[in-house]
Design a protein around this ligand. Structure first.
Ligand code: CAA
Length: 283
């Protein structure tokens, strides 16, 4: 079945990036959020990215306009009634996501696939609040979405091969490289990445090195594009802490214990680039 129209729920950093790559692939997208100002901010981010592409000669201004014309604003989940796929990219909170999935299950026609961009929450549990667990799947994009090639596709317990295949094809259409994994806390990406970031925070906490030194070691020594503390600032320290809690709870293993400094920064509102301050300061 052809995918003509999708909805992206959540117009933040991840949601707007997903809407952009979908619209670039010629898919009609409804960008949904609970407030007009959130959707406007998401659309603005997309427009800025596309304007940069035009300035660099990678797109014509007609192409930019055509991509933007593929995206419409939505303030009601009821609009998902006309969609073939919904990609939920709301904040990382199991209760919020469960509520969204319950609503979408009632609103959407039987064929609609419900995908989630969750970075670590159990797909099978989200699927269980719907009457279509066979059509629920994880579609985990990486930040910044327009740049990063990976989509980690996570099968829930009941996800069918047919649904997996359609999401795999859609990811390729979006210009991404899908990788199939199974449903476990943090999947593969964050099970490997977050303990590394957490360990970097421990190095800072214990005075092993300053942020610049820790990041430089990993950049120059391991050829990472950015150091773990700068990456944590990009992802959001609240998100990093949340994922560490999911790993800690999920595996009941002390190796996933979140660093107290990470917890303290989040309590202080130092959430990274989005709040202006994390391990580094931003304008
Ligand atoms: N949106 C769109 N484009 C962006 C962007 C953004 N937010 N940030 C950077 N870019 C583009 C820039 O415009 C630039 O494009 P051109 O080369 O075409 O001009 C390109 O990316 C490179 O950017 P910069 O030159 O500014 O800087 P850079 O070379 O250091 O690259 C980076 C920036 C792509 C972010 C790179 O540092 C990188 O790959 N960092 C690691 C990112 C990463 O690990 N992401 C995964 C995070 S984990 C996650 O997302 C999952 C989760 O669940 C937490």
């Amino acid at each position: 079945m052809k995918i003509n129209r999708i909805m992206v729920v959540g117009a933040g950093q991840m949601g707007s990036g997903i809407a952009q790559v979908a619209a670039q692939a010629g898919v009609k997208v409804l960008l949904n959020d609970i407030k007009q100002e959130f959707v406007a901010r998401g659309l603005n981010r997309i427009e800025t990215n596309l304007a940069k592409d035009v300035a660099k000669g990678r797109k014509s201004s007609q192409e930019k306009d055509a991509i933007l014309a593929n995206i419409s604003a939505s303030l009601s989940l009821d609009d998902a009634a006309g969609c073939d796929v919904v990609i939920e990219a709301a904040m990382e909170n199991l209760e919020i996501k469960r509520e969204i999935f319950q609503k979408l299950d009632k609103i959407c026609p039987a064929h609609t696939i419900l995908a989630t961009n969750t970075s670590s929450l159990p797909i099978t549990e989200l699927a269980s609040v719907t009457k279509r667990p066979d059509k629920v799947i994880g579609m985990h994009f990486m930040n910044p979405v327009p740049v990063m090639k990976l989509v980690e596709i996570i099968r829930g317990l009941e996800t069918t091969d047919e649904v997996y295949k359609r999401i795999e094809e859609m990811s390729i259409k979006f210009g991404k490289e899908p990788v199939e994994v199974n449903d476990a806390p943090g999947f593969v990406s964050n099970r490997v990445l977050m303990p590394m970031i957490n360990e970097a925070v421990f190095c800072l906490y214990e005075g092993v090195g300053k942020p610049e030194a820790i990041d430089k070691v990993m950049k120059l020594g391991m050829n990472h594009p950015m150091g773990p503390l700068a990456l944590a600032d990009l992802i959001g320290l609240d998100t990093c802490l949340y994922i560490m809690e999911v790993l800690y709870e999920g595996f009941k293993d002390s190796k996933y214990r979140p660093c107290p400094l990470l917890r303290q920064y989040v309590k202080a509102g130092r959430l990274g680039a989005k709040s202006g301050r994390g391990f580094y300061t931003y304008n």
